[in-house]
Design a protein around this ligand. Structure first.
Ligand code: CP
Length: 292
């Protein structure tokens, strides 16, 4: 039974085995493979989610698990119960594994150390979002065959991005070259990676746009959304400079016409919706790894 709290401390072989197992699950034509029959899993989301929550549920159901969904807004968290007590409560009732998304950074490791069931990080603050990065690596590997030597530009709100952190740490283990591009106010002082200009960033093999986290910028970015788009958005005009083999990625949700023009979301070079499809076999592999 294995938790997945982040990719920083996972080695390349372990990551690769998850990607390989996801490829196996993607190839299965039968939708229901009840390898987790009799296992109870709880999806505990203390922060909102669409993709991560539903693709975990899809993955768990495709593997035959019994799924329980916990939404903080409809729980005793509203009465002041802590995240730790909530997780311990569900563990006491007999869950076999938990998927958890939460805001506070550093709390997840403490909780995992105090419960006996495997926990899977579905995003913790701006620290890590391991299953998002796994599906991103999977998408890149499917496209290019290998991650070795791949030039990946991660553009936008790096400071608040757990996706940027998990991708940086994971991609480097496979010899990819990761660069960031961001305005000064969105740079991350804790990350050791080069910052490059927008002109340079869009010449990469992978152009990964990040969501401007409007909820964490207290409205200031929204007031200058057009200025942000001009400086750091992937506009239709800029996309003309993409290499023909390059792909556009974005973890979503997307602020259309802020970090990426609406017309590019389903552009032939965009992999935004395929990323979401790839999230299901990745999370099947992660659930199987946790419970097998
Ligand atoms: N990419 C991602 O984590 O999306 P959700 O917030 O909808 O889960």
């Amino acid at each position: 039974q294995r938790s997945l709290l982040g990719l920083k401390d996972l080695n390349a072989a372990e990551i690769e085995s998850i990607l390989d197992r996801a490829a196996y699950w993607e190839q299965q034509s039968v939708k229901l493979n009840p390898v987790l029959q009799g296992k109870f899993v709880a999806n505990m989301f203390f922060e909102n989610s669409t993709r991560t929550r539903f693709s975990f549920e899809m993955a768990q159901k495709r593997l035959g698990a019994e799924v329980m969904n916990f939404a903080a807004a409809a729980s005793s968290v509203e009465k002041g119960e802590s995240i730790y007590d909530t997780v311990k409560t569900l563990e006491s009732m007999g869950i076999d594994a938990g998927v958890i998304r939460l805001k506070p950074i550093g709390m997840l490791a403490d909780i995992a150390a105090n419960v006996k069931v495997p926990l899977i990080n579905a995003g913790d603050g701006n620290n890590e979002h391991p299953t998002q990065a796994l599906l991103d690596l999977y998408t890149m590997r499917k496209q290019f065959g290998s991650l070795q030597g791949l030039n990946v530009s991660i553009i936008g709100d790096v400071q608040h991005s757990r996706v940027a952190r998990s991708n940086l740490w994971a991609l480097r283990k496979f010899g990819a070259n990761v660069s960031f591009c961001a305005p000064d106010s969105m740079r991350a002082s804790d990350l050791d990676a080069p910052y490059i200009s927008m002109d340079e960033a869009i010449r990469a093999d992978v152009v990964m746009m990040l969501r401007v986290q409007l909820e964490r910028h207290a409205g200031s970015v929204m007031n200058s959304a057009e200025a942000y788009r001009e400086g750091y958005g992937l506009t239709v005009e800029r996309a003309k400079q993409l290499a023909p083999h390059a792909i556009i990625m974005h973890p979503a949700p997307v602020n259309r016409n802020v970090e990426i023009d609406s017309d590019l979301v389903e552009h032939p070079q965009s992999r935004i919706f395929p990323q979401m499809s790839n999230g299901v076999p990745i999370r099947m592999a992660v659930m199987e790894r946790a419970l097998s």
